[in-house]
Design a protein around this ligand. Structure first.
Ligand code: PMP
Length: 386
């Protein structure tokens, strides 16, 4: 017992000798979050060091994978639910319905749980399986339907709308068309980028899944400073880049979905469109969609091979493990940096992390089966110039 006493005394003495770390300045600490939704937004900007060093530009990215639901879609999920609660559209017992390739569903499922609603997600059967597993763990009902054109009643968005109508307390979120999508980014993502850069940015580039982020950030930045150049990053197979660069967007008939090719033929999930959504249409100026000019300064088309290589480059050189739309954005940001020349600040978005893509985009075996041999590129010369 003497030995024990001595040991205890020695431990106590040793503990007392440890100096307490200086307490951080209370003023500069973020406040305690009021539940999980309090963690949404105010994500940091991260400098992508390898791309910045190689181009002489500041290439900065909004680290949206830091949101609690793992993507930028947390912002719209929270905003839609809050606005619906305010307008009386959501009451206890309500069920949120949405058609989504994954991220929006995960964010909705999380917000629904936090606020006491049910959630039913309809998704195409070809998206990475970890997304539906995650949705189930978050308590959502998941329905996977075969990929179909938007005009087909079996398309995942149409199935979600029909299910909401059939439910006595169904609420259809409708991310592609609802103005609340644009509003969420107009109120949060866009002013955050402006504040975090002190307004000192030359260009912004991002893909379009619904178009909500790109439209809101572009409209906001151009209102603050019309000199800021805004670009679309578009995966292969998407119909947007070509149209943006040639000044012709979609005809009214295409809005209704009469085009023959509706599927975006790309490995990249979450971005790329072959139809005009109301959220993307916020970028159009004057007249109807045909021939209307867009607020965008241009579009960069990104091949799947380049997106894959960039994802492997970023993890090998920067330790950034990102999802496919983030890789597309970074290929485009690199092209724009080379095009503008050294000394420019370019902002993009890392919408989600690689965790959500382990069985597809981040599986070398799955990629090899599709004919891609995925290697870390030796240098950035590997990537095509604008
Ligand atoms: N990246 C990912 C991973 C997404 O899921 C989405 C949305 N589908 C986007 C980017 C594009 O965002 P937005 O819908 O605002 O165009």
């Amino acid at each position: 017992s003497l030995a024990l006493g001595l040991t205890a005394a020695a431990l106590y003495g040793g503990w007392r000798l440890l100096r307490a770390p200086a307490l951080p300045d209370g003023e500069s600490q973020p406040p305690i979050a009021d539940g999980v939704t309090g963690l949404i937004g105010n994500t940091r900007l991260v400098r992508i060091n390898s791309l910045s060093a190689a181009t002489g530009c500041e290439i900065l990215a909004k680290a949206e994978f830091l949101n609690p639901g793992g993507s930028s879609k947390d912002r719209i999920a929270l905003h839609v639910v809050e606005q619906a609660e305010r307008s009386g559209g959501l009451a206890p017992g309500a069920c949120l319905f949405e058609g989504t390739s994954g991220s929006t569903g995960i964010s909705l499922a999380m917000v629904a749980r936090a606020r006491g609603y049910a959630c039913h997600i309809v998704m195409p059967s070809d998206v990475a399986v970890e997304k539906s597993q995650l949705l189930e763990r978050l308590g959502a009902t998941v329905e996977r339907v075969p990929p179909r054109p938007i005009v087909d009643p079996g398309h995942y968005v149409n199935v979600a709308r029909a299910r909401a109508l059939a439910h006595s307390q169904g609420f259809f979120v409708d991310q592609f068309e609802t103005p609340l999508n644009f509003d969420a980014h107009w109120r949060s993502t866009a002013p955050e980028i402006w504040r975090q850069t002190g307004g000192r940015l030359h260009a912004f580039v991002h893909g379009a899944g619904t178009g909500g982020t790109l439209a809101a950030v572009t409209c906001f930045l151009k209102r603050q400073n019309p000199e800021v150049r805004c670009f679309l990053a578009d995966p292969q197979g998407s119909g947007l880049a070509n149209r943006v660069n040639h000044g012709v967007l979609f005809a009214d008939t295409e809005r209704e979905g009469t085009r023959r090719r509706h599927q975006v033929d790309s490995l990249v999930e979450g971005v790329g469109l072959n139809r005009l959504t109301r959220n993307f249409a916020r970028l159009l100026q004057g007249g109807g969609p045909r021939g209307a000019s867009s607020l965008l300064d241009g579009a960069v088309s990104v091949s799947d091979a380049d997106a894959l290589s960039m994802s492997r480059w970023l993890v090998a050189n920067d330790g950034l493990f990102v999802g496919c739309s983030a890789a597309v954005n970074c290929v485009a940001a690199l092209s724009i940096a080379r095009h503008l020349g050294p000394g420019h600040t370019i902002v993009t978005v890392l919408a989600d992390s690689g965790h959500r893509h382990l069985t597809k985009f981040w599986s070398d075996e799955a990629m090899a089966a599709l004919g891609y041999s995925v290697k870390v590129p030796d240098s950035l010369d590997h990537f095509a110039q604008l």
